[in-house]
Write a protein that binds this ligand. Structure first.
Ligand SMILES: Cc1cc2nc3c(=O)[nH]c(=O)nc-3n(C[C@H](O)[C@H](O)[C@H](O)COP(=O)(O)O)c2cc1C
Length: 357
């Protein structure tokens, strides 16, 4: 679907902290340490979703950067299958960004060094995760309650590695303690090279509207690149958030699941004022079949088929008349059958895309 093409182009040349030309080339783009980020639209880390196969796919559609799923800083747990997969880095896609979570500065520094040895080019520290099991250990967003500890962690990790360290955070612990600006200034002072801000407090979880005003205040308060994050799901919203926050880039999470081509749409919209040629039925079939194969290879059949289910559910949101396909596909246990059912859906008369999506 082509989206409101007329209004957008007039505001494209200087829409955010960086300049972007109409043909999409960046005039003064986002730089994280030595890395020039090729697009202002980057993929948010999402545990259980943004594994190596999904990150590869988003890169193919032009995501400027992707970050691994959060991995514990406790390296003694890295032998589990889950951690091994999370730390299986896609070394072809620069910069290779790895996210770690923990609450002990030395442990985080050790983990950061170990990630760099495995090929990480950017270390991202998680101060945004709202999950109880993470916050109980005073990690993730719980750290925002303790500014001294934030400073100690960030300084220690920055000193431990030669690669850029970035921070992913929320706007505070709860609406009464919205200290995002303070945390961002601490981060910059410690040598953090970019900050991604999910515009909600931990207490807000995923509820309510993302507060883009707080992100705008953070952007104003620091000189390092700021990425705005939260509920960005359409090209129109992406421009609105760039305008509201003046951010250097946008981080896209849930909207990319089942729709990795959103990065191409956002770039087209920013550059030309429309989302470009709509995805064709055959193109979507090839995306899904390719993604399934990649997941089956990456995880092995048993786990691959299971992980694939949640992605297939995401894709189904964009498929016409897909109730029966969806019902079947989340029940199969065998890779070949998952591929066969997908192919069969697209061979059917009428199967295809509903791209209001
Ligand atoms: C399933 C899921 C897993 C997530 N895992 C992580 C994670 O590992 N690290 C992190 O920093 N944020 C994580 N997040 C938060 C996202 O990166 C992002 O901040 C949040 O979803 C808001 O962005 P969105 O509205 O574009 O989805 C996760 C979110 C979801 C929905």
């Amino acid at each position: 679907m082509q989206v409101a093409a007329e209004a957008a182009p007039t505001m494209l040349t200087k829409i955010c902290g960086s300049d972007f030309s109409r043909d999409g080339s960046k005039l003064d783009g986002m730089q994280i340490g030595p890395y020039e980020i090729s697009s202002p639209f980057v993929l948010a880390p999402m545990a259980g979703v943004t594994d190596a196969p999904f990150r590869r796919l988003c890169r193919q559609f032009g995501a400027g950067m992707t970050t691994s799923e959060m991995t514990t800083a406790d390296t003694s747990l890295w032998q589990t299958a889950k951690s091994r997969h999370r730390l299986d880095l896609d070394l072809d896609a620069e910069p290779v960004a790895v996210q770690i979570a923990g609450s002990d500065a030395e442990q985080l520094a050790t983990a950061a060094r170990a990630c760099v040895k495995r090929g990480a080019q950017i270390i991202d520290i998680n101060m945004g995760c709202p999950a109880k099991k993470v916050c109980r250990k005073l990690a993730g967003s719980a750290l925002l309650q303790n500014e001294k500890l934030v400073e100690q962690i960030l300084r220690t990790v920055v000193e431990a590695v030669d690669v850029p360290v970035t921070l992913k955070m929320r706007t505070g612990w709860d609406p009464e303690h919205r200290n995002g600006v303070v945390i961002a200034k601490i981060a910059e002072d410690c040598g953090i090279q970019a900050i991604a801000v999910h515009g909600r407090t931990r207490a807000c979880r995923y509820r309510g509207e993302a507060e883009f005003q707080t992100i705008a205040q953070i952007k104003k308060a620091v000189g390092i690149p700021v990425l705005a994050n939260g509920d960005i799901s359409t090209p129109e919203k992406s421009l609105e958030v760039l305008r509201l926050t003046n951010a250097d880039g946008l981080m896209i999470g849930r909207a990319a699941q089942g729709r990795p081509w959103i990065f191409r749409e956002l770039s087209n919209y920013l550059s030309h004022g429309d989302t470009g040629t709509p995805l064709e039925k055959n193109e979507l079939r090839d995306i899904m079949i390719g993604h399934l194969g990649d997941m089956h290879r990456f995880y092995g059949e048993r786990t691959g088929v299971r992980v694939a289910r949640k992605h297939l559910i995401g894709y189904c949101k964009h498929l016409v008349d897909a109730d029966e396909f969806r019902y079947q596909i989340v029940r199969v246990e065998c890779a070949q059958e998952q591929l066969r059912l997908t192919q069969e859906y697209f061979n059917r008369e009428g199967g295809g895309i509903s791209i209001a999506a």
